[in-house]
Design a protein around this ligand. Structure first.
Ligand SMILES: Nc1ncnc2c1ncn2[C@@H]1O[C@H](COP(=O)(O)OP(=O)(O)OP(=O)(O)O)[C@@H](O)[C@H]1O
Ligand SMILES: [Mg+2]
Length: 261
């Protein structure tokens, strides 16, 4: 008779954004950033968010991470209200920087140290270093890394916490196009093996279509959802896939770019 094993903890979570509006108070004036945004992301899904600069994409990620509370509406993880940050939900910031005075290994260790888990889970540092292909660079300082390596290290610093929801804010924005392509593939591999739910902000329509199960387009500020496309194509995807080219055209039109660029 098979032994009943304890159920493994779920590797991913469902994220629900329900009627979320958000306003910032700025110089005594109110700035409305999000307007009644509702979004349901199922466990393990990969969703990409596109939208004009300043519309509220980073704000939406901060709300999902629990770093801010929405002015109206609710954010739920697996049906429970998100009220504070939690290592299950990790946000890799748009301008994520490594601590310059710490080595790559020490940078990656930060989250585990803060949670008092460093002794127990130190082995995970070597595992994630391997995942992001930086195993030979553990003792390097950030200034000794290339831009792509620094971004991989920042990703490793998030992954060491085994997030169930990974929120990525334009993680490859500053990379050259070749490194970017490599990093996109690496992210896909990580997502497939680790099984987390992913919400990626990007300004790159092609990147969204190559990676995501679903692409959501936000309007100008205050951001509302204006379009949503499902990308039902298996991985690895080819950028010359006719389906993706058609979806790209649709998305560009929604973003107000009608000619083929
Ligand atoms: N803490 C804050 N206090 C006041 N206003 C803020 C704050 N954070 C963001 N904003 C404002 O909210 C709006 C949306 O900002 P947000 O960073 O979410 O945009 P974004 O879509 O991520 O833009 P980008 O594509 O340029 O990164 C902007 O007008 C910004 O000035
Ligand atoms: Mg942003």
């Amino acid at each position: 008779m098979a032994l009943a094993l304890p159920e493994a903890p779920a590797a991913s979570i469902a994220l629900d954004v329900e009627g979320v509006s958000h306003r910032y108070a700025l110089d005594g004036k109110e700035l409305q950033v999000l307007d009644d945004v509702s979004l349901r992301i199922v466990p393990g899904e990969f969703v990409a968010l596109l939208g004009p600069s300043g519309c509220g994409k980073s704000t939406l990620l901060r709300l999902a991470a629990g770093l801010e509370t929405p002015t109206a509406g609710r954010v739920l993880e697996d049906g429970r209200s998100v009220t504070a940050p939690n290592p299950d939900r990790i946000l890799v910031f748009q301008d994520e920087t490594l601590f310059p005075w710490r080595t790559v290994r020490a940078n990656i260790a930060t989250g585990l140290e803060a949670r008092g888990l460093i002794r127990e889970r130190e082995y995970r540092i070597d595992e994630v270093l391997k995942l992001v292909k930086l195993e030979g660079f553990a003792d390097f300082y950030p200034h000794q890394l290339s831009g792509g390596m620094a971004q991989r290290a920042a990703l490793a610093r998030a992954l060491v916490n085994d997030p169930k929801l990974l929120l990525l804010d334009e993680p490859f924005g500053k990379l050259d196009s070749l490194t970017r392509l490599r990093m996109q593939n690496e992210l896909l591999e990580l997502w497939k093996s680790a099984g987390f739910t992913a919400l990626l902000v990007t300004h790159d329509v092609e990147e969204a279509l190559l990676l995501a199960d679903r692409v959501i387009v936000l309007s100008d500020r205050p951001a509302a959802i204006v379009a949503e496309v499902r990308v039902d194509r298996p991985h690895p995807r080819r950028r010359d896939d006719a389906n993706l080219i058609a979806l790209r055209r649709t998305l560009l039109e929604t973003l107000g770019i009608s000619h083929d660029v």
